[in-house]
Design a binder for this molecule. Structure first.
Ligand code: NOJ
Ligand code: NOJ
Ligand code: CA
Ligand code: CA
Length: 716
């Protein structure tokens, strides 16, 4: 195995997050821009996804040496030198701000293994950041903690938020049969070895073999590929990740992208998110990969219940089919817009994209550039938080990993894509309809989609003709735009032109050119209270909740959780476009949130806020000897909101019975209130037919911290 020590020889760079507290205080107080401090609503932002190693080498001295490094980045599974200083340079020289980017999603920043692994003849390294060794230290190839802080400070000063990738599902590759393979999955706690995959006396890892992806359960409790899978039901692992994420939040991180959320226990993730939202709440979105045409109710349930959003693969795959591959129509795209608006409780919080480091790049060699430009324009004018993969603006190509992760090809600012992103990013800021509005179809054919987004009195109308050869006469178009004439926000960059609107919103016939995108808009001030966003959508009494919208006025009014008014000192700040409140101490449950202004005018209600009972811990509930008939599943229900308040229509589960325990013994990991006595029972369900356990309720008192397991026999 070549140079397993490469990259380890710079002890002065291997600082800990936990020795940098003083620097942190300076960095986080340096942000002058109040918008940048909004860590909840990213819907007005444009995210730019950077594979840190592949963007810009700003410091050759931190580059790994020997077999781990590829000078000139000709070997795409080796380190290529990109680092935090390089990203900072591209903030300072205006490349990123000039494109209108307001958030960066960077690779997982934590210390990774330095082994070079030979997979079927190809040397591979942790350049991507997903092979962690110590979640409390920085990846030395990306820079020092000081470099990371300099990046955060430069970003904040430029009006840019920083999102880190984070992958608590696993440490690094391990071979159960060979402890000498790579770094044996070794996990360190700020420099102290916790366990390796082959020497794991306290059970920090799962030892259940590799997943075949046959079921959710199989994917959660077995190894993803060869990655040493962490056991989040272990109290040390739980405590480790609660504290590790605090270290990064303390460095001023504004958002999190959580890797592989389909592969970690949902109950643990919810309790971890409750911890984050009680510490420093930040916008968090998970990666739950969906293939082409895949629609998964479990994915929607996760987005609606876990306290984090998701990357919107359902929408991304559809946009690619319609605009890249031509295998679906604009009518299919509209149907996906309608479907997802119903499936996701907060569709505006899901993160939209057209490609990423796990997909073929959208642009293909030889394909018309306009296809990508249309896809970017649709993404930037859609509901959701748009994320643009680095190099899209340079028309980079590349199918599959690692060809989709090549070194950034150049930093020219003159491309059509760069200019289109710049114009539409500005529109996301100036017109609230894009971020917070609702969407309506105004004209639809297999090739043409004209859609309108509207929030209060603010309106954006977008027209896209994907046909490269046929112009379409648009007749009978109606819009909510006021009468008048409108110029194309893109200034004709993608072939659009001016449009006029008559009285009652009728648009005289016009021709939408082949391949054209046009964007028209009106953004009169919104003067009555209009609520656009509430975040985070899960929390507990005492947490800080941020409300964004327009027209709240300058004078403090009140905020309602259902029928409970929050007033006075519990309103922490009140501006025309943003309110911060302390979450009240009322019964746990789902609440609609609304604003009442100082003149007693109410806003729209924003449904679905999930108020938890209090601080959360993860408990594994096991029931033994629960035999079931074909079609029956076992669920959990009980006397707390977190246990569904004795619901049989939406109980917790279905429980699992294959990996950790085997049928007829079932288990499920659940986020429940800490230091609380729970009453619970298991039920068997087949459709709406329910069989309750007999006898008295089971009772269990949860710990104040850590994790627990409670095992009960099925009571016939
Ligand atoms: C999903 C990431 O996006 C992918 O690139 C990575 O290899 C796996 N998760 C494992 O971390
Ligand atoms: C709900 C009750 O509150 C609970 O105590 C009981 O065990 C179940 N219903 C079954 O009757
Ligand atoms: Ca470097
Ligand atoms: Ca796992």
């Amino acid at each position: 195995m070549p140079t397993p020590q490469a990259g380890r020889l710079r002890p002065w760079l291997r600082l800990s997050l936990f020795t940098a507290a003083a620097l942190t205080a300076v960095a986080s107080s340096a942000s002058p821009d109040t918008h940048v401090s909004n860590k909840q609503s990213f819907a007005t932002d444009v995210v730019y996804q950077i594979v840190t190693d592949r963007f810009k080498d700003g410091d050759a001295s931190n580059n790994p040496s020997g077999a781990a490094f590829s000078a000139g980045c000709t070997q795409l599974k080796l380190y290529c030198g990109g680092d935090w200083k390089g990203i900072t340079q591209k903030i300072s020289d205006g490349y990123l701000t000039g494109m209108g980017v307001t958030a960066l999603w960077i690779s997982q920043p934590v210390e990774n293994i330095s082994a070079v692994i030979n997979y079927s003849g190809t040397n591979s390294t942790s350049y991507h950041g997903y092979w962690a060794r110590d979640f409390k230290k920085p990846n030395a190839a990306f820079g020092s903690i000081a470099d990371f802080q300099a990046l955060v400070t430069a970003a904040h000063n430029a009006g840019i938020k920083v999102i880190i990738d984070f992958a608590p599902n696993h440490s690094s590759p391990a071979d159960p049969a060979n402890s000498a393979f790579a770094e044996n999955g070794r996990l360190y706690n700020n420099g102290t070895l916790m366990a390796s995959y082959s020497s794991d006396p306290s059970g920090l890892f799962h030892h259940n073999g590799g997943t075949t992806f046959s079921s959710l359960e199989d994917g959660i409790y077995r190894n993803l590929f060869d990655l040493a899978d962490l056991n989040h039901n272990n109290a040390s692992v739980d405590a480790y990740f609660r504290s590790a994420i605090q270290g990064w939040l303390d460095l001023g991180v504004d958002g999190l992208r959580v890797d592989a959320v389909k592969h970690m226990p949902f109950g643990w993730q919810k309790s971890w998110m409750a911890h984050i939202h009680g510490y420093k709440p930040v916008f968090t979105f998970g990666e739950w990969f969906l293939g082409v045409n895949e629609v998964d109710p479990a994915n929607h349930a996760f987005a609606n219940g876990s306290g984090m959003s998701l990357l919107d693969f359902q929408y991304a795959q559809r946009v690619r089919q319609v605009l890249r591959d031509g295998s679906k129509t604009m009518q299919d795209l509209h149907q996906t817009v309608v479907d997802t608006a119903g499936q996701y409780g907060q569709v505006i919080d899901q993160v939209t994209f057209v490609d990423n480091h796990d997909m073929d790049r959208f642009h293909q060699a030889g394909a018309p550039q306009r296809k990508l430009e249309q896809a970017l324009a649709i993404t930037l004018t859609s509901r959701g938080v748009p994320a643009i993969y680095y190099g899209s603006e340079q028309y980079m190509t590349g199918n599959g990993d690692p060809n989709n992760r090549a070194m950034m090809s150049g930093f020219g600012t003159g491309t059509t894509a760069y200019q289109a992103i710049k114009k539409l990013a500005a529109l996301r800021k100036s017109n609230a309809a894009l971020a917070y509005g609702t969407q309506q179809e105004r004209w639809l054919s297999p090739d043409v989609y004209i859609y309108e987004r509207k929030f209060g009195t603010q309106v954006v109308l977008v027209a896209v003709n994907r046909s490269a050869s046929t112009a379409t006469t648009i007749s009978g178009l109606m819009t909510a735009l006021p009468a008048g004439s409108y110029s194309d926000v893109l200034g004709g960059l993608l072939g659009g032109g001016a449009m006029s609107v008559g009285s009652s919103g009728a648009v005289p016939n016009f021709v939408l050119g082949a391949g054209a995108v046009a964007v028209w808009q009106a953004a009169p001030p919104i003067t009555s209270p209009t609520l656009g966003h509430v975040g985070p959508m899960m929390g507990k009494p005492g947490n800080v909740l941020t409300l964004d919208g327009r027209g709240f006025g300058a004078t403090k009014g009140s905020v309602f959780f259902g029928s409970t008014a929050v007033t006075g000192a519990s309103i922490l700040s009140w501006e025309d476009t943003q309110i911060k409140v302390t979450v009240p101490s009322i019964a746990a449950g789902r609440y609609a949130v609304k604003v009442r202004n100082a003149s007693a005018v109410d806003s729209n209600a924003y449904a679905g806020y999930q108020l938890l009972s209090g601080p959360q811990v993860t408990v594994r509930f096991i029931v033994t000897n629960a035999t079931t008939a074909l079609g029956e599943n076992v669920y959990l229900t009980g006397d707390k909101f977190e246990l569904s308040n004795w619901s049989t229509s939406t109980p917790v589960g279905p429980a699992f019975n294959q990996v950790v325990t085997s049928y007829p013994n079932w288990y499920y990991d659940v986020s429940v209130p800490a230091s609380t006595t729970l009453q619970f029972k298991f039920i068997k369900k087949n459709g709406s037919a329910v069989t309750w356990e007999g006898g008295a309720n089971h009772s269990f008192t949860t710990p104040a911290t850590g994790t627990a397991t409670v095992t009960v026999p099925w009571q016939p």
